[in-house]
Ligand binder design. Sequence first.
Ligand SMILES: [Zn+2]
Length: 319
Amino acid sequence: MTAAPGMATATVAGPAEQACCRFQQTLRRPVVVSGRGYWSGEANRVELRPASVGSGIVFVRDDLGGLRVPATLSWRVEASSRTNLQAGPATVEMVEHLLSSLAGLGIDCCEVGLTAAELPGLDGSAAAFVDAIEQAGIATLDQRIEPLIVTAPITIAEPGSVARIEAVPPTTSGLTVSYDLNYPGRPIPPQRFETAITPQRYRSELAAARTFLPEEDARRLQAAGRGLTVSTGDLLVFGPDGPIGNTLRWPEECARHKVLDVVGDLALAGRPIWADVRASRSGHRLNAALVAAVLAADRNKPSLPATGGTAKPEGGGDG
Ligand SMILES: [Zn+2]
């Protein structure tokens, strides 16, 4: 169960209470993070820049004359093991760790300048992005954020697989994510992690959790010409005896990273999602399907009754 020390446990009564919500936030000044993409090996200079109220998160391909790719679900394209976006000729690859760090720290509006398509892999975590955001500082804008509040359970399940992700109405004023990781026959031990996503908890419990893959997958990628500049020190590669040439930062670092990924993928909603999200073996595709279902449920929700209590229980949606 979720315990949230230091955080008031508020019951969310519904959208009528949205006036309670915080103001939108952006960065105080631009800040740069540079590194190479895991798959392409290409250098990328990522400049996180302040943006105006209501503008959301938008990628800007500085190397392509400023082509813009909004970080929302409409621009997501299917890719294996990562979240990619495309608008016309402009692609942006492996956006999930950066989006996770922005969402985790409550940054709603930011322009992300890039000099290549693929975001830097860094150490496989979101720590460097979090450090950069904190270095830049956070500025408050003059409009409140309107969260997407889940009011009825939504379940997305993979046909013929145990992978699933579900969202139920929130037990806190925000997002709580749990992840159950269990890959039978793989060298990564079963593990689970759950946390309420607040800036403090994101920073201390999730930001430094690194991406991981089994050794056989790493070999397959390199045989296909991907990740040729990446070594076992750059992320967690699991052999039969655990991480190769690396040590875990937490026993359940992989489950923590999966929570980090869920937070990044849910950011494609374009607004904070308030829900308790429970994921089990789900990946980027199922996470995106949940975002689509949450957005659909929000579009279909009945308009608010004047006095409350008479709304029909419709519009939940079931992926
Ligand atoms: Zn990841």
